[in-house]
Design a binder for this molecule. Sequence first.
Ligand code: GLU
Length: 386
Amino acid sequence: MNHAIEAMKPSASMVLMAKAKEMQKKDPTVIGLAGGEPDFNTPDRISMAAIRSLTEGNTHYVVGPGIPELRRAIAEKLRRENGVECDEGCVLVTPGGKNAIYIAVCAVLNHGEEAIILDPAWVSYEPIVQAAGGKAVKVKLDYRTDYRITREQLEAACSDKTRLLILNYPNNPTGRILHADEAEIVEQFMLAHPEVYVISDEIYEKLVYGERSVSIGSYKSVADRVITVNGFSKCAAMTGWRMGYLTAAKPVFDVIYRLYQHSLSCMSGFMQAGAVEVFNCEREMEEMRRIYEQRRDMFCGALNAIPGVRCTLPEGAFYAWVYFDIKGMNSAEMCEYLLENAGVVGMPGSAYGEDEACSMRFSFANSTEDLERAAAKITAALKALA
Ligand code: GLU
């Protein structure tokens, strides 16, 4: 067996999403807020375009990095909305953002080389780095400074083996966006370390509740070393489609595409035909974003009203990242307690590398009624503890 893969922890989000589904079979009142998955259906015109394409017989290999219409639409979007000078020839359509990250990490890292990951971080970055034979070096961002990136921390984590920095803004789980002053710190760091690449995972980009998050790929001085990853799962409620993409400068793209050819061949043509329609669904996506914003205000507001609970309003994504100061419990204990006593399944902060304070992540990409019920049940369960 491959030792690095054998030693990997299972994906905590997959485990807890499955657990919630299992519990709901016995008790339908259980509320699953563990996985970040929109409760909305994919807008109809996207699904209809895929169905049309499927029934027209678009069921063969689509040899290449993606269909031209989709790659063109993605490149135009990246130029227009993100300031990323992207050539459509360097757009790769992937099965979800997760696979884009996986093949990009494999393409960048040699065995034993290091990737810097900013904690708290999504559960899969470290295992992906390990699967690629690399070593994850964690930088612990501090909630007391609102998880600001500092040059000192990046430098302290950087060694002669560092080849990659993974960024994720809007951030899962903290909800922080990348502000221009921090992007400049990253730019300066990259200029000082010309052998370091950046993977910028921007999957929550459309889900912001104020300012937009800065795309590091828009910084011309370092753009040739930035791999920008995004997808349709979160913005267009398409998690089950597995439709993501990446773009990178041609020399980097070419290496990634080689691995793609050998591991995937190509993406499904009819699903890509559906995804083209995402670019005609701005109104529907904005409507979902607006509803997430209302849910954020309601759910985070309700949690903040509980003594000993603190939840900063996220600037982006759809997660409430919550700190508890209750009876000295740690995050795994709190997760278990709320699962047993409130019937609410969330994610323990420890899954994201927050192992000192007691924290949890709850997805508010759930129906408003479920979120209201969850807030009431969490409030009652914590009152019972007090
Ligand atoms: N990214 C989502 C989450 O953090 C889906 C699950 C996963 O990919 O880990 O919940």
